[in-house]
Every structure is written in structure tokens, then in C-alpha cells.
Design a protein. Structure first.
Length: 359
């Protein structure tokens, strides 16, 4: 029977990867990052699998409220996109942690607290720009910001974000850690810097809280490595099946624009997965695919609903046989590298028409 194209989500793998985080950073609390529908794995599935995390981190207020609707009453940090006083009121009403990266957001916090007539002051995170130069207060702004927040928050904790921790050969991360270390942290404050790459490669960045994302889902956070290097298990396996098996003559091309031409008589398999499912259109010929657990090569251009593979001249494959595009047995890092992207993008781009099936 043909396998419907679907993404199998292994919740035991997610829980295992959280355990690996704790092994790398045993002295730190863990804020599990579940933004972007848990990197495409499904928010509800991931929150359940990560229930032992000390907090969750999301990108938007809506993501945080969705976690609240799941019944989670613990700590949730909203990492960005608090852009109005109404947004800040929503954060306060849902007892979320706002992450403030601009003095204008302190204005919003003061305004929201005034409008709620002196509600309980929240605990807040302040993001400090130590070298990424995307979001965050500069060091020269920090003292004034903390003084203002002393009047409208219960406690101020500090975080920063790494620009190049996935490449240990660069000095950028050491410089950012040094910059963060020079900050005079107020009594009672906590610090957070390490993303997944920081957790596995920069132990001095662990501080009080770590913020794993990609490693929770079983993808390597370090360039040029696979998840197996760090004892991680892939959580997502993208499954499909063959919908056609046909003879193919030497000299014949296949697919749009005839970008690949066979040098031999062979057998072509057509897989029921394409870029409308989230498989990268720009994956080149030669990208590995598993058919019946055996490696074959993608050939020709990826189409909207299908892709083609060279099964070889002596192929025994049949219509309906199982295909794995990445995941168990085929590291997503290989597909990402061949396609000139990263595993994060592949996971997040699996589209809504592909069912997620948790096991």
C-alpha cells in the first residue's frame, strides 16, 4: 500500500534531545524554544514532549497564548514582536515574560501598567546587543533602562543572542561572551546567552538559562556536522512513496527544462512529494533519497507535487514502495547542505498539506 506523504514526529526523540541539553548544561535552567509551530513539528506535540522544560520561548504573543490554551500555566517568554501598548497588556494579562530590546518597549510597559491601574509588576528580560547588531540595547543604554524598569518590574534579567556560534572557528562568539561578561548584573538578575550552538560548543555561555531550539528537534546546530555527532535523535522524518516506476533510456532527460539526462539505460521512480509539500525546489540532482531504505539520487527538477529519482538499471522497486526524504536514516543536514540551506528552513517549510503524525 502506498504511503501518504506525511511528517512523522517522534516525541521520544524530542524528549531525548532535551535530556541531552541538560547533560551539556547541567547547571542551567532550560527555556525550550517552540516558535514557528515548534520548528514545523507541531506546537501541541512539542509542548507535551518538552513538558519537563523550565520555560518555553516563542516569537509572538499568539504563540504564547496558544500554549496557554493547551493548559500550560508555567513560564513563557515572548522573544519579539511586542509592538504596542495593547500587545504589552496582552502579555501582562496572560502572565508572560516580555523580552524588551528597545527603550520604546519600556514606554509600552509603563503605559500598559498605568492602564491596568497598578497590576502586579512583571518579571522582564532585557536583550543586550553584544555583537549581532540586530535587536537589543547597547551597553550605554542599559543603566538607564534598568533604572526605569526598577519602577515597573519585579526583576530584570538579561539575555543576548549569538551571531555566529554555529561556526566555532570564528572569534565572534568569544567576543560576544566577553562583552556580556562585562555587564554589571544587578543583584538577583539571571543571564541567558546560549542557543543550541552555544550549548554544545561554548560552555562558558551557559550562564543561568540556556535557550535550545534546533537541537531539540534533532538537527545539528554546528555547521558541517550531523545530529549524531552530539548524540541527538531526529524528531521529524518526511515520508512519501513511489507513484510511478518506469524504464528510462540513455540520452533521455526527465522533468521540467530537461536539467538532467541519463548516461545509461535505467529506471526512474516518481515520488509523491514536491515543493508544495515543502521539499526544496532548488535541491540539485544527486541529492540523496531513501527508497526501501536504500540510497538513490534525486534527478531532474523538483516539481510542485512530485520529484524523480534514479532507481538504477536493475531496480526492484514498485509503485507504493516507501520513500524517506529526510529524517530517520537520512540526516536532514545532508539535504540542507545539498540544497544550499539549513535544516531549520527545511523543517519550518514543510507545508500545511502534509499531515504531522506523532509517535
Amino acid at each position: 500500500m502506498a504511503t501518504e506523504t506525511h511528517a512523522q514526529i517522534n516525541t521520544e526523540a524530542i524528549a531525548h534531545n532535551l535530556d541531552r541539553v541538560r547533560e551539556y548544561a547541567p547547571g542551567a535552567k532550560v527555556m525550550a524554544i517552540v516558535k514557528a509551530d515548534a520548528y514545523g513539528h507541531g506546537l501541541s506535540t512539542a509542548v507535551t514532549a518538552l513538558s519537563s522544560a523550565d520555560a518555553f520561548g516563542v516569537a509572538t504573543i499568539d504563540e504564547a497564548l496558544n500554549i496557554r490554551r493547551l493548559g500550560y500555566a508555567g513560564r513563557i517568554a515572548v522573544l519579539s514582536r511586542i509592538q504596542s501598548a495593547a500587545d504589552m497588556r496582552s502579555v501582562l494579562d496572560a502572565h508572560l515574560w516580555p523580552v524588551l530590546h528597545d527603550t520604546a518597549q519600556i514606554d509600552l510597559l509603563e503605559q500598559a501598567l498605568a492602564e491596568t491601574q497598578g497590576g502586579a509588576p512583571p518579571r522582564v528580560w532585557v536583550k543586550l546587543d553584544t555583537g549581532m547588531h540586530r535587536l537589543g540595547l547597547r551597553g550605554s543604554q542599559l543603566d538607564a533602562a534598568i533604572e526605569r524598569l526598577g519602577n515597573c518590574s519585579r526583576r530584570v534579567d538579561l539575555m543576548t543572542h549569538f551571531a555566529s556560534a554555529d561556526d566555532p572557528s570564528l572569534e565572534t562568539t568569544s567576543e560576544q561572551i566577553s562583552n556580556f561578561d562585562t555587564v554589571d548584573v544587578a543583584r538577583g538578575s539571571r543571564r541567558s546567552a546560549a542557543n543550541s550552538a552555544g550549548i554544545v560548543a561554548w560552555p562558558t555561555s551557559h550562564y543561568d538559562w540556556v535557550r535550545p531550539g534546533i537541537m531539540l528537534y534533532g538537527c545539528s546546530p554546528i555547521l558541517g556536522e550531523t545530529a549524531q555527532t552530539f548524540g541527538l535523535k531526529p524528531a521529524m522524518t518526511l515520508h512519501s512513496s513511489l507513484v510511478s516506476v518506469r524504464d528510462h533510456k540513455a540520452g533521455e532527460s526527465v522533468g521540467y527544462a530537461g536539467t538532467w539526462t541519463s548516461s545509461r539505460d535505467t529506471t526512474i521512480g516518481v515520488v509523491a512529494c514536491g515543493y508544495a509539500d515543502g521539499y526544496p525546489r532548488h535541491a540539485p540532482s544527486g541529492t540523496p533519497v531513501l527508497v526501501n531504505a536504500e540510497r538513490v539520487e534525486l534527478v531532474g527538477r523538483v516539481s510542485m507535487d512530485t520529484l524523480t529519482v534514479d532507481l538504477g538499471p536493475d531496480a526492484k522497486a514498485r509503485v507504493g514502495d516507501p520513500v524517506v526524504l529526510w529524517g530517520d536514516g537520512l540526516p536532514i543536514e545532508e539535504i540542507a547542505s545539498a540544497s544550499g540551506t539549513i535544516g531549520y528552513e527545511l523543517m519550518c517549510r514543510v507545508t500545511g498539506r502534509v499531515p504531522r503524525r506523532a509517535i
